[in-house]
Design a protein around this ligand. Structure first.
Ligand code: NAG
Ligand code: NAG
Ligand code: NAG
Ligand code: NAG
Ligand code: NAG
Length: 224
């Protein structure tokens, strides 16, 4: 009986403290899974890429985000720890495929900066290892292969031009929900730079993206 009372008290305490814990670590509404088209990324960068870009979408980052699009303060989670990565023996080699640092050729450095800037905002959901495992798992889903989806729908790299609605529609039909597409401008043309799919706060379910940060619908999008 005493045990039972104690556990009831503990449960009550748990509920009382849980909200404080979650708000003190980081707050976000959902995740943006950001894929970058390597050739456009390298064109948009100040310094030349150190790795020759491949015609493939790889991960830029998995970003805890707010529906308001207003960025919050710096998050307070634990900073990136290199040596944790080897706790999952296949993780580093997986990420070298899915999340390479084409710009600087320093994969671990890139992952560290992404974790410190973004991953720390969702540390209550995913610890460091789980965060990178989740992003890699999304990238590996056959249905979510953005490179393949565009190719199969005749949205061809190499300078083809397509309108926003068309690219959005093709990806939406394949994955099941609205993505967003981001561009960079070069010589008065907008280049397809990033494709973003959106995920529920627990990172498990695809949701509709409705961020306003995307390419202009008034101009065609060039696919380098
Ligand atoms: C989301 O908004 C909240 C409240 O303004 C803010 O504290 C938090 O840092 C924001 N999260 C992100 C990831 O920008
Ligand atoms: C990094 O992780 C390793 C392995 O778990 C641990 O021994 C070390 O204390 C951690 N370093 C920091 C700064 O937290
Ligand atoms: C995605 O599709 C491309 C193009 O068909 C293919 O080369 C690549 O291996 C696929 N990636 C994954 C993770 O299945
Ligand atoms: C966008 O492109 C598609 C496919 O080429 C075309 O059917 C559609 O009319 C275009 N929409 C606009 C608004 O230009
Ligand atoms: C975006 O979607 C979320 C979740 O469905 C919703 O709460 C929010 O109001 C939407 N924002 C806009 C600008 O449509």
């Amino acid at each position: 009986m005493a045990m039972l009372k104690l556990s009831v008290i503990l449960i009550v305490l748990d509920f009382a403290f849980f909200p404080c814990l979650t708000t003190s670590i980081g707050q976000y509404d959902y995740f943006q899974m950001v894929y970058q088209w390597q050739p456009a990324y390298c064109v948009g960068r100040k310094d030349p890429c150190r790795i020759k870009p491949s015609k493939i979408f790889t991960i830029h980052g998995l970003w805890p985000s707010n529906f308001s699009d207003i960025p919050g303060d710096k998050c307070k989670g634990a900073l990136f720890n290199d040596s944790l990565m080897s706790q999952d023996p296949t993780l580093v080699s997986e990420l070298q495929r899915s999340w390479p640092d084409v710009g600087g050729g320093d994969d671990m450095g890139f992952w560290g900066r992404q974790w410190n800037k973004h991953g720390t905002c969702s540390e209550q959901t995913f610890g460091q290892i789980q965060y990178f495992q989740r992003a890699d798992a999304i990238w590996n889903k056959a249905k979510m292969n953005i490179t393949m989806i565009l190719k199969n729908n005749k949205i061809s790299a190499g300078g083809g031009k397509y309108n926003y609605t068309h690219i959005e529609g093709v990806i939406k039909r394949a994955i099941g929900d609205t993505p967003i597409i981001r561009c960079i401008w070069r010589k008065r043309a907008q280049l397809l730079h990033e494709v973003v799919t959106c995920w529920s706060q627990d990172g498990q379910n695809l949701i509709k993206c409705n961020s306003t940060q995307k390419c202009s619908s008034n101009f065609d999008i060039e696919f380098l």
